[in-house]
Ligand binder design. Structure first.
Ligand code: GLN
Length: 240
């Protein structure tokens, strides 16, 4: 057994974790184990001491009220998150936290929730919610399959790349076919589901970057994706 440890930080696990987003942490944990690494999970919630010694950071979605709860703390730890992102740490942020990793989320009531500006994106709440199963495509990951439910519509600036192009569903907004955003090894996305168990290529990308950064020795083990493939096929066929 390889005793190389990879530390996963579960960001705001109490308030930002809906539609099964915590499955992303379980998926990373299990695939690390299958690959012979030892996962260590740290939960971070408001007021906790922020640990800088982390390799992968995962955050989920939340109601506007959840975003309200964590916003002040997030602004406080923002510079630390930016430093880690610029240092190449693997980061995945879904929906509510994806929005707040951007510059701001202006809710449909007109309130501005300030973000940390790690991602060059802006989000505007609309009266229409974008809800349903979603399939996007990226050259690197192939089809990416998930579920979306958000009122915020997000627009990308020049400093980020698109995560996927929408084939079924809405994605970032109703005006272009982009979904999610990328910067260094940071991925932001509206896709719940949870995302990673149904998209192992994305999970392994985050793991590979983390392991290479820490140990410079990632070995692809050819993990068994039979169940993931079955889940992908069923989810992709679900009606919107
Ligand atoms: N509250 C945000 C919105 O509705 C995020 C929702 C979510 O995380 N699913 O846009």
């Amino acid at each position: 057994m390889n005793s190389k440890t990879i530390t996963i930080l579960n960001l705001y696990s109490n308030d930002m974790n809906i539609y099964g987003d915590s499955g992303n942490v379980l998926c990373i944990k299990r695939r690390l184990q299958w690959s012979g690494y030892e996962p260590r999970v740290i939960e971070y919630n408001q007021g906790d001491k922020f640990p800088m010694d982390v390799d992968i950071i995962i955050g989920g979605g939340g109601q506007d009220s959840g975003q309200e709860k964590i916003k002040a703390d997030l602004i406080k730890i923002g510079p630390k998150l930016k430093k880690l992102a610029d240092d190449g740490v693997s980061i995945l942020m879904i929906c509510g936290l994806y929005q707040l990793f951007g510059k701001f989320f202006k809710t449909s009531d007109g309130e501005i929730i300030e973000g940390i500006g790690l991602l060059d994106i802006e989000t505007f709440g609309k009266s229409e919610r974008l809800i349903g199963n979603i399939v996007t495509h990226s050259e690197q990951f192939g089809d990416i399959i998930g579920y979306e439910n958000h009122s915020g519509q997000t627009y990308l600036g020049h400093k980020v790349q698109v995560f996927g192009r929408v084939r079924i569903g809405a994605g970032n907004n109703t005006s272009d076919i982009s979904e999610g955003a990328r910067y260094k090894n940071v991925i932001g996305s509206y896709m719940h589901g949870s995302l990673l168990p149904k998209n192992p290529a994305v999970a392994d990308y985050l793991i590979e970057q983390a392991v290479k950064r820490k140990y410079n020795d990632y070995i692809v083990k050819g993990l068994d994706n039979t169940y993931a493939e079955m889940a992908r096929k069923i989810a992709a066929k679900r009606p919107r």
